[in-house]
Design a binder for this molecule. Structure first.
Ligand code: SF4
Length: 58
């Protein structure tokens, strides 16, 4: 089963940050429109089952 930990969008939260929890990360997606670019982030756990937007790490 693919998990968030194997996805290019997954970034582990480091211990130095207030929202650190073991296994917790951010799912980050780059978005853009005619005004510019931004990044959407939501909290996820590394062992969560991958979603439809899963992008396997090379
Ligand atoms: S929620 Fe989906 S897109 Fe985000 S890290 Fe997990 S598998 Fe990847």
């Amino acid at each position: 089963m693919a998990t968030c930990a194997n996805c290019k969008a997954f970034f582990m939260i480091e211990e130095k940050y207030d929202d650190y929890e073991p296994g917790k990360g951010d799912c980050v997606h780059e978005k853009s429109d005619k005004k510019g670019k931004w990044w959407d982030a939501k909290p996820v756990m590394k062992d969560m089952e991958a979603c439809k937007e899963f992008m396997p790490k090379a």
